[in-house]
Design a protein around this ligand. Structure first.
Ligand SMILES: [Fe+2]
Length: 295
């Protein structure tokens, strides 16, 4: 099921502004999944499993999430969460910011145990940024301030902010024990509204001969020194050209195959598996580490 919009909250700009200033003062904590991104990618845990604000890893646990010291410093955002959302199944709340950067195409939850449809990830943008986009297997789209989105993190998806301006979102992760309706995340089910029109990006066509030309040219220059640059460059293309979100991995595999460099092809294949197919909990993959090709 691709991502969709299903509600909107009216935000109080004055109160919100005060909290966002505090969020912008939080330190950048080294991430569990830093290898997925470039630029400034910040996640701050407001509620989580351990109550430890430095704990950014989403995982299964069977008790309600606990508010961290960061969460307690944000009176308006705390009120927004507790007044609007059902805390019973809420497992994690984070503020997320992505500045001048990208999270490359990936799937989440591939290392977790429940059926994927019991994880429900909700995004509520707290700032608008016309240079920031999300994508999934169907579309490239923009989430607007106050909109409530289901972000299908179990299918291939990516995010980008082409600007150096901030783009803070609230990310709420719910986990249900069985079947559920999306309206169950709300304290007031009347908030559920499927009639709000999403902002879908218009993308240009990409001609097959241009793809062939690109693959052939890059196969002549790719090396371990620019493998990561090429991966990120290829990953950006789907945000403005009408190709699938995971096309970058197909292209990278073909580029490295044609390069004749076994080590690069091996890395491209392992990267694809890690990002969009299968990884174990705690498994790490380094794009930069060329001495150790197995994780
Ligand atoms: Fe994700």
């Amino acid at each position: 099921m691709p991502s969709y919009i299903f509600g909107k909250i009216e935000l109080d700009d004055t109160q919100l502004k005060k909290d966002l200033e505090i969020v912008k003062g939080f330190p950048r904590i080294s991430e569990e999944y830093d290898e997925f991104g470039t630029g400034v990618w910040i996640n701050n845990s407001l509620w989580n499993a351990s109550q430890d604000a430095t704990d950014t890893m989403y995982r299964d646990f069977d008790y309600p999430a606990k508010q961290t010291e960061y969460g307690r410093q944000l009176p308006y955002i705390s009120k927004l969460v507790t007044e609007n959302f059902n805390l019973e199944y809420l497992k994690m709340v984070r503020t997320r910011n992505l500045i001048d950067g990208m999270v490359i195409p990936h799937k989440d939850f591939v290392e977790l145990n429940k059926p994927k449809n019991q994880y429900f990830r909700v995004f509520v943008p707290l700032e608008d940024n016309r240079h920031a986009f999300h994508s999934d297997e169907d579309n490239v789209f923009q989430m607007k301030k106050g909109e409530i989105w289901f972000l299908d993190a179990a299918i291939d998806h990516a995010a980008v902010n082409f600007s150096i301006e901030s783009r803070i979102f609230l990310c709420l992760d719910f986990a249900f024990p069985g079947d559920f309706h999306p309206s169950e995340i709300f304290t007031n089910k009347a908030l559920y509204n499927e009639q709000i029109k999403p902002t879908i990006a218009k993308r240009e066509q990409l001609k097959p001969e241009a793809v062939e030309h690109m693959i052939q040219s890059l196969s002549q220059i790719i090396d371990k020194y620019n493998f990561k640059d090429i991966l990120f460059m290829l990953s950006k293309i789907h945000f403005y050209k009408d190709v699938s979100v995971s096309a970058a991995y197909d292209w990278l595999e073909e580029i490295t195959r044609r390069s004749g460099k076994e080590e690069l092809l091996d890395k491209a294949q392992k990267l694809r598996k890690y990002m969009i197919e299968k990884r174990d909990l705690g498994e790490r993959f380094s794009i930069n580490d060329w001495k150790e090709l197995t994780v």
